[in-house]
Design a protein around this ligand. Structure first.
Ligand code: GLA
Length: 419
């Protein structure tokens, strides 16, 4: 669909986080003591601000406080998405309990676009007869509607992009009642990162100008270390990799390679290792549990990508496990990372806002194996209480370490509380 960077190249060395830089900016601008200088400085700042374009960080400050949750049409339906699919998905989000578990965005991906009219305004194609009516329907269910475009002349599937029509498209989306935009690069990456930043900033500012809060999802597969500058162009989330597919090897290659990006995620701005494949049929139950657990530890957006009208009870159980969702949605917004690895055995940890540590023991081998997590690796000593988040069961107190059998390609996911 598009040229991909090599995965290895996408994982950054641990560089200084943007938030650190912002922190330093704040401390540099602390008020001076002399009140006259203060007044003058304040006036100068005010005058300067009125000359500047709107700052990219304002609009999304209150958006995506936790990783966005919802559904997207691409992984299952691709170009077969239409008005009916979206309405049925909205209905299913309600009837299956997914909405109440937190999945609120219903996102239309590529292939909805028709031609532009004489004024240059984008029209949906025949699959979407009335986008405003569709948005009203989705909203009436307590859900939000998302849409897809890109900064180039064409999208990845060859449909109309937003180049040269950014403000017009943003206004059209706002008029329809759109709440989320996935903005997909779909061209060769420019040599100059500034060109890419400018394209994303342009659409962000256009969205902001509409006055409607619209989550801004960057999709450019991790080029130019997007995690380092995603927030500065107004991104609430940014893809860190090429496209996921419904196979254990593909999912694992993406998920386990996210280590090192944790510094760049936090409330309002998230790394996005791509949408979920849970329930699409290409992985077994342990593998889907691994997928969902890893995405939760990564504080990744949880955007389901399956046909919600045909879910097995097992798929519903994975997608609606409240204790695992709570790991993803923890208000501290800390992305987890790997704390130990021995060949195909990896232990990952996510610090939670209540001081507990969520630990994923992942077995990437094809046989069941015993794995151990040492509490010292979690900064804990002595006894700790362990709860299994898939069994939904307190396992009791353990001293110094916890050991469990982990199924092939599977995970044991526990929440550990120091005593
Ligand atoms: C790219 C994106 C996918 C999807 C398709 C649509 O491949 O990475 O997630 O949006 O485009 O064409």
């Amino acid at each position: 669909m598009h040229p991909l960077p090599t995965l290895g190249a996408r994982i950054p060395s641990r560089t200084r986080a943007l938030s650190d830089e912002r922190g330093q900016e704040l401390s540099r601008s602390s008020p001076k003591e002399n009140p006259i200088v203060n007044l003058r400085t304040a006036w100068q700042i005010f005058a300067l601000c009125s000359l500047l374009p709107p700052m990219s960080s304002f609009a999304q400050d209150n958006l995506a406080a936790t990783p966005p949750m919802g559904w997207n049409s691409w992984n299952h339906f691709a170009d077969k998405v239409d008005d009916k699919v979206i309405r049925e998905t909205a209905d299913a989000l309600v009837s299956t309990g997914l909405r109440d578990a937190g999945y609120v965005y219903v996102n239309i991906d590529d292939t909805w676009q028709g031609k532009r009219d004489a004024n240059g305004e984008i029209r949906p194609n025949e699959k979407f007869p009335d986008m405003k009516a569709l948005a009203d329907y989705v909203h009436s269910k307590g859900l939000k509607l998302g849409i897809y475009s890109g900064p180039g002349p064409r999208t990845c599937a060859g449909y109309e992009g937003s180049l040269g029509h950014e403000q017009q498209d943003a206004e059209t989306y706002a008029r329809w009642g759109i709440d989320y935009l996935k903005y997909d690069w779909c061209q060769q990456p420019p040599q100059n990162v500034d060109e890419m930043k400018a394209a994303y900033t342009k659409m962000h500012d256009a969205l902001e100008k509409t006055g409607r809060p619209i989550v801004f999802s960057l999709c450019q597969y991790g080029w130019h270390k997007v995690w380092e500058w995603g927030p500065s162009v107004g991104g609430n989330l940014w893809r860190t990799t090429g496209d996921i597919s419904d196979r254990y090897a593909a999912m694992a290659e993406i998920g386990f390679n996210q280590n090192g990006l944790e510094k760049f995620a936090g409330p309002g701005h998230w790394n996005d290792p791509d949408m979920l494949e849970v329930g699409n049929g290409g992985m077994n139950e342990d593998e889907y549990r691994t997928h969902f657990s890893l995405w939760a530890i990564l504080a990744a957006p949880l955007i389901a990508g399956n046909d919600l009208s045909k879910m097995t009870p097992y798929t519903v159980e994975i997608l609606t496990n409240r204790e695992v969702i709570a790991v993803d949605q923890d208000r501290a917004g800390k992305q987890g990372y790997r704390i130990a690895q021995e060949g195909p055995f990896e232990v990952w940890m996510k610090p939670m806002s209540d001081g507990t540590k969520v630990v994923g023991m992942f077995n990437r081998q094809r046989t069941t194996e015993q794995m151990t997590v040492n509490f010292s690796e979690l900064g804990m000593r002595g006894e700790a209480a362990v709860r299994d988040l898939w069994l939904k069961k307190d396992l009791g107190a353990f001293k110094d370490s916890y050991r469990a059998y982990v199924p092939a390609h599977g995970v044991v996911l526990v929440r550990i509380r120091a005593k």
